[in-house]
Design a protein around this ligand. Sequence first.
Ligand code: C2O
Ligand code: CU
Ligand code: CU
Length: 530
Amino acid sequence: MKISRRDLLRAALSGAAASALPRWAWAASAAPQLPVPPLFEPAPDGRVLLELRTGMHSFSPHLAASTWGISAPFLGPVVRLPTGRTARMEVRNGLGEPTSLHWHGLLVPSELDGGPHNPIAAGGVWQPELDIRQPPATAWFHPHLHQDAARQTYRGLAGMMILTDGGDRARGLPVTYGVDDLPLILQDRRFGPDGKDAYAPDVTDLLHGFQGNTLLVNGVIGPVARVPRGIVRLRLLNAANARNFDLAFSDGRAFAVIASDGGFLAKPVETRRIVIAPGERYELLVDFASGAAVELVTRPQARATSESGMGAMEGMVMPTPAGPAPLMRFEPDAARVAEIGTLPNTLDDPGAPDPSLSVRRRQFVFDEMTQANQPVVERISASGAAPEAGGMGDMAGMDHGAHTARPANSVGPALLPANSGLRMAMTGQAFALDRIDAEVRQGSHEIWEITSREMAHPFHIHGAHFRILSKDGMATRPEESGWKDVALIEKRAELLVRFAQPASRARPSMFHCHILEHEDLGMMGQYVTV
Ligand code: C2O
Ligand code: CU
Ligand code: CU
């Protein structure tokens, strides 16, 4: 028996509503305070110590689980680095298995970046010295081990990084960390009916990316932040494996976007809604002067599928969103007036992108194909499963016979990307550690045309930032008009990429889909500079 790729994707789309999000009201007494990660700054000699370790973490008073973290049981500190200086990072791996730590958003040479070519052995120490020479921005760090980034990141290895030039007070921006400058790390998590927390993707999860049934901010469910009355800066990071957040406030209030992945916008951009894809960062200014409490909500996206993409193409009805789901609540403190009361008029103008700088065009396609360019389903059939109508769950439970050795601290047997028998590709070829996909001239600009086929994919590149020239046939949205390193691409985009940093042949730089399951399945390429 054989089912077509179309049938498989259809079954996947109509499958269990793993992403249906619960609605709840905040019971003031029960809601946890928003945890503010500790702020790490370099010692006088520039040293910053990060310890990767295992731990126990409570997502809520009733949901505790064994997790991983960075100098913490779950997630990591916020590392604030001054620009124009050298940070001497020291990463100690106490996890009992290899990992790596990638500086997502930092413009550093590939030799110093923790991609799949720079693993840290169990018990090992890695000490890259990072010269921070780029505009102020919000960046982050997470594992990038070959074929195992999704599980390791989900376990809890993610932290925010703030690059600062010390000029934010002069820019008229909030600067007090944890008070009016708040990191918000957005994630989702899947808890079983028994409250068990496990990363156990099935075929559907691999095809679409693993989405949870519960939303987290800074590692907890439904926190409350007490904020001063006035303007508060929110640094948003989407550190979820696959979920796009489509954010708004419950009272529909407007807010201003001041920065994207690579740094400030020319001026604050007022909007009432912002979509943030995995890997992306945005900085917002929100006015809490009225004193009214408000919730930050996300419109549920059934999956990372574009409305105009596969669903429409297949003539199917997308699952109906159950309404906006709350992420967290803000309660302004009547007794506390914020330092900043008005929006700045201007920020740092990145200028208009100049496509004439490009010395070359390249095309890349996000390909949901197997390595041999076969439809996904043929590989599944070949491995012995008999696909049944609506039987995606059965596939997930089938014996693949090729589970790799699992460390004791990891989750139970699951269809991990690496052992699933599935492969995804960039432009027809699944990622290979020893194949160079592009040679670019260091310091040059190129226009990269990226195409998505069946669903929207967030494109990301290491060691380089880009400007969006066009995306999905529409004018660039103002909040996406600055420097970026992730762009959610529903159909097709043209990106003007500036290759700022050296990428060596021994340790090339990556570009990939930031749905981490897709990355692990091979939707990734690598470039070197010449
Ligand atoms: Cu945040 Cu290569 O990834
Ligand atoms: Cu990255
Ligand atoms: Cu993808």
